[in-house]
Design a protein around this ligand. Structure first.
Ligand code: CS2
Length: 504
């Protein structure tokens, strides 16, 4: 174990420290040199705890070459965290009882693509690159929610169509990288989305093809023949790293790691078995390759992420800071069980998926008090998350003549969240690409639940609702919103029971 005198300036984590590290940090002692087979866009906390972790495991298993060149499209934050550390960072797995540290070595460097677009384009085009993975968040795909197609009016997309060699959007970068790969007769490539969207592979493919169509028809043909876009289900709860964690690591080990990530022990990755480049042997480290990923995506997006969003809005409005505060409060646990009873009916039967076990495990994961997972963090970008997590299951149940008071409550709580103040009146900032449009609807509706709901339902968030369902949907959500708006707190079993027992 390395310990230094804490009165001296703290040394940053760097490769020179690895050989002196003890087994409690599991340093990566494998060869990190040579050309990387993976390019990854979006090197935030989730990538580090998930894909970078899996590739680190693969490298430890002796599968050389599966290192990652990362890229950031917006800010230099990840580059500033990782590059001075030669890509090294510590992953801290915590469950409240045990703590496990692993220094991860799979990430080689981070390209600041907004400053150096060519470097990312070259990395995508490089013949040694076999796989491009993405964690760019739902909004990074620049989609039109009503069609699932690329939004050609999105300012970044418009810029990329005018100036395709200097892109700013993720689809723009991928199209430019593929154009260069084609020009150099490069080998096949797999582009693997790791974001929480159903059919994420197909969405990525359509987005890239619609840019390619506008640029060059031959590029479309080449992509169709040489590039695969598997869908995948990714799972590992990974909050933004709290500052206190950096200090704790420094005082325990005597080095500074600004790229540290805290996560839960659980991790899961299910990938559609469709590879155009070399397939990384990730099955050796627990990844599941399958021909039927859609069921897994649905189960996870609805049961885990749907419950997460409900917890975020109802908990956030009740001024509960962390997910574990919400699930450990008895009324909310009752509520979450109601919610899961409803959501579970919309999840297909999947081999190896047992809903009762899954729910029990999820409750355990949500209750992890060691993870400081803020309700506010999950509440961000709700306009991009709600359709696949809550709106679609609600509508599917409605089509089967089933009522869904628990899902309705969560959707209404999202609407109430747009008021930018808690039930108790504390103000906060709503972070969402549609924030200003949504707040305008709230302001114009003069606290009338019906007007608010009907204003919201006309936004792109609800674009997937068929005309035949709009009226009933509005009626149910209005009822739920009225109930929430009439309250100044949700604290007790009775509060939740009252919120759930309204009749449609
Ligand atoms: C969360 C997810 O922030 C959110 O929207 O629901 O990031 C969630 O923690 C992950 O999908 C877990 O795998």
């Amino acid at each position: 174990m390395i310990r230094s005198n804490l009165t001296e300036p703290m040394e940053r984590l760097h490769p020179g420290l690895l050989s002196a590290m003890g087994p409690d940090l599991s340093p990566p002692l494998y060869d990190r040199s040579g050309r990387s087979k993976v390019v990854h866009i979006g090197v935030g906390a989730f990538h580090r705890a998930h894909q970078a972790f899996y590739f680190d495991q693969l490298l430890r298993a002796g599968q050389a070459g599966w290192t990652i060149v990362g890229a950031s499209l917006r800010t230099s934050k990840s580059g500033n965290q990782l590059n001075p550390q030669s890509g090294l960072f510590t992953l801290k797995e915590i469950d409240g009882k045990d703590t496990k540290h692993t220094v991860i070595g799979s990430v080689r460097e981070v390209i600041d693509a907004f400053e150096n677009a060519d470097k990312l384009i070259d990395a995508i085009a490089s013949p040694s690159t076999q796989l491009v993975t993405l964690t760019i968040t739902e909004k990074g795909y620049c989609l039109d929610p009503s069609t699932g197609e690329l939004n050609l009016d999105h300012p970044d997309v418009r810029r990329d169509l005018e100036n395709p060699e200097h892109p700013v959007s993720a689809p723009g970068f991928l199209a430019a990288g593929l154009a260069k790969r084609k020009a150099s007769n490069g080998p096949g490539l797999t582009i693997l989305s790791c974001d929480n969207l159903p059919g994420n592979g197909e969405l990525t493919e359509r987005a890239i093809l619609s840019i390619a169509e506008k640029l060059d028809h031959k590029l479309v043909d080449w992509i169709e023949a040489n590039v695969s876009f598997p869908s995948s289900m990714v799972d590992r709860i990974t909050p933004a790293t709290p500052a206190s964690a950096l200090e704790a690591l420094s005082s325990e080990y005597g080095f500074l790691d600004t790229a540290l990530v805290e996560t839960e022990p659980f991790h899961q990755w299910v990938i559609e078995d469709w590879f155009a480049g070399e397939r990384p042997p990730l099955d050796q480290v627990g990844v599941q390759f399958t021909n039927d990923v859609a069921g897994w995506e649905k189960a996870k997006l609805r049961m885990l992420n749907g419950a997460h969003s409900a917890i975020a809005y109802l908990g956030g409005l009740s001024e509960l800071k962390f997910v574990h505060n919400v699930v450990n409060a008895a009324p909310f646990e009752t509520y979450i069980n109601h919610l899961w009873n409803e959501l579970e009916t919309t999840v297909p039967l999947i081999e190896g998926f047992d809903p009762a076990n899954y729910r029990r495990d999820l409750l355990g994961r949500f209750s992890n008090r060691a993870l400081q997972h803020r309700t506010y963090q999950i509440a961000m970008d709700g306009s991009q998350k709600l359709p696949q997590r809550l709106i679609e299951p609600f509508i599917e149940r409605l089509a089967n003549a089933r009522q869904s008071p628990a899902i309705a409550l969560a959707i209404a709580a999202w609407m109430r969240w747009q008021f930018a103040k808690t039930l108790n009146g504390t103000a906060y900032e709503v972070q969402d690409p549609l924030a200003s449009q949504l707040s305008q609807i709230v302001n114009q509706s003069e606290a009338d639940a019906k007007a608010i709901v009907s204003g919201f339902v006309r936004t792109t968030v609800f674009a997937s609702i068929g005309q035949e369902h709009v009226e009933t949907f509005e009626e149910h959500i209005t009822r739920a919103l009225r109930h929430i708006m009439s309250r100044s707190a949700i604290h007790t079993e009775t509060d939740i029971a009252q919120l759930l027992q309204f009749r449609f």
